[in-house]
Ligand binder design. Structure first.
Ligand SMILES: NC(=O)c1ccc[n+]([C@@H]2O[C@H](COP(=O)([O-])OP(=O)(O)OC[C@H]3O[C@@H](n4cnc5c(N)ncnc54)[C@H](OP(=O)(O)O)[C@@H]3O)[C@@H](O)[C@H]2O)c1
Length: 287
C-alpha cells in the first residue's frame, strides 16, 4: 500500500493502545480517522458496515476490545460480545469494502506451560474467559477475512491509561509495599513501539498472525524491581509472591514469552529491549 493511498481508520482509539496507534497514524497519514465507541460501535454490524462504506478506509486497525482479564470472568457475555462477535463484524465489514484489517490479539491465547517462546503456529489453549474470547475472535475473524493481519502482543504499558508500571511508581513514591509474582513471566510491550510495528508490518504487506512485544522477558517481580531501580526509587518495596497468593479471579499463564523471529524477519530488525522502553517512558513524565 502506497503512503499517499493509505486511509487508515483506528477503532478503540480511546484505549491504552488505541491512543498510541491513533497518534502514530494521524502523524504519518493525514487522512486518518480515529473512532470512539460512540462514533463506531463494532457490535452493530449494519451501522458499522454503512459507516465503513461512507468512510471508505483502505486500512482498519482494530484496537477495540474488552481488555479486563478478571472482569471477563464476571462478565463472560460481554467478553465474547466485544472480543469475538464485534471482531467478526469488523472483519466481515472490512472484507465487504475491500479494506485491509489489522487486529490485536494476545499472549493469553497460550496456556503458558512451555519453557520455549511461543511461535505463531503453536497450539492455542487459553486458561481463562478473556483468552478464550480473544482466541475465538481472532480465529473467526481470519475465517471471515483471510487476508488480514493479527498481531499477538503482551503486557502493554504506555501513556494515556494507568497500568502496573504507573502503580509501581506511585507506590515507590509513597514507600508502600507492592506484591509481584515470580511465576508470571512475559515480555513488556511499549504501546508506541507496537504502533510503529503495526505500520511497518502493513507497509511490508504482511498478513496472517505475527507476534510482537519488546525484546527480552521478565517476571512481574523482576519488572517491578527494575522499574523502581530505573526510576531511582527503592526496588525493595516489591515483594516476591506466587500467582496463587494474589488470589486473582482469572487464571494467569505462567510463561507466555512470544517468539519474535517472524516480526524481525519481516521488519528487518529486532524490537527494542523492554528496559530501554521503560527508561524512555519514565523520562517522558509517565503516570
Ligand atoms: N493491555 C494489555 O496488557 C494487553 C496485552 C495483550 C494484548 N492486549 C490487546 O491489545 C488491544 C488493546 O488493549 P488495550 O489495553 O489498549 O484496551 P483498552 O485500554 O481497554 O481499550 C479498549 C478500547 O476498545 C473500545 N471498545 C470496546 N468495545 C468496543 C465496541 N464494541 N465498539 C467500539 N469500541 C469498543 C473501548 O471503548 P470504551 O472506552 O468506550 O469502552 C476502548 O477504547 C486489545 O485487543 C487487547 O486484547 C492488551
Amino acid at each position: 500500500m502506497r503512503k499517499d493511498e493509505t486511509r487508515p481508520l483506528i477503532t478503540g482509539s480511546t484505549g491504552l493502545l488505541g491512543r498510541a496507534v491513533a497518534a502514530h497514524f494521524e502523524n504519518r497519514y493525514p487522512g486518518t480517522v480515529s473512532a470512539t465507541r460512540e462514533f463506531l460501535d463494532l457490535e452493530d454490524f449494519w451501522r458499522l458496515r454503512a459507516e465503513l462504506e461512507r468512510l471508505a478506509p483502505s486500512l482498519v486497525v482494530n484496537c477495540a476490545a474488552y481488555s479486563d482479564v478478571d472482569g471477563s470472568e464476571r462478565f463472560p457475555d460481554r467478553a465474547f460480545r466485544e472480543n469475538r462477535d464485534a471482531v467478526v463484524n469488523l472483519a466481515r465489514a472490512c472484507r465487504a469494502i475491500g479494506a485491509v484489517m489489522v487486529h490485536i490479539s494476545t499472549d493469553y491465547v497460550f496456556d503458558g506451560k512451555s519453557d520455549e517462546p511461543y511461535r505463531e503456529e503453536d497450539l492455542c489453549s487459553p486458561l481463562q474467559v478473556y483468552g478464550e474470547s480473544k482466541w475465538e475472535g481472532e480465529r473467526e475473524a481470519i475465517r471471515e477475512h483471510p487476508d488480514m493481519l493479527s498481531i499477538r502482543t503482551s503486557f502493554l504499558f504506555g501513556p494515556g491509561r494507568q497500568t502496573f508500571i504507573d502503580k509501581l511508581i506511585e507506590k515507590g513514591r509513597q514507600g508502600e509495599k507492592v506484591r509481584a509474582a515470580l511465576d508470571w513471566v512475559n515480555a513488556p510491550t511499549y504501546t508506541l513501539d507496537l504502533a510503529a510495528a503495526i505500520d511497518e508490518l502493513i507497509v511490508r504487506g504482511c498478513r496472517g498472525v505475527v507476534n510482537f512485544s519488546n525484546a527480552g522477558w521478565c517476571s512481574k517481580f523482576e519488572f517491578g524491581r527494575e522499574v523502581l531501580r530505573i526510576a531511582g526509587l527503592d526496588p525493595a518495596i516489591v515483594e516476591p509472591v506466587r500467582r496463587a497468593d494474589l488470589k486473582l479471579p482469572a487464571a494467569r499463564p505462567e510463561r507466555t514469552v512470544l517468539d519474535l523471529s517472524r516480526y524481525s524477519a519481516v521488519a528487518g530488525k529486532a524490537p527494542r529491549p523492554w528496559m530501554r522502553t521503560v527508561e524512555e517512558y519514565l523520562k517522558g513524565g509517565a503516570a
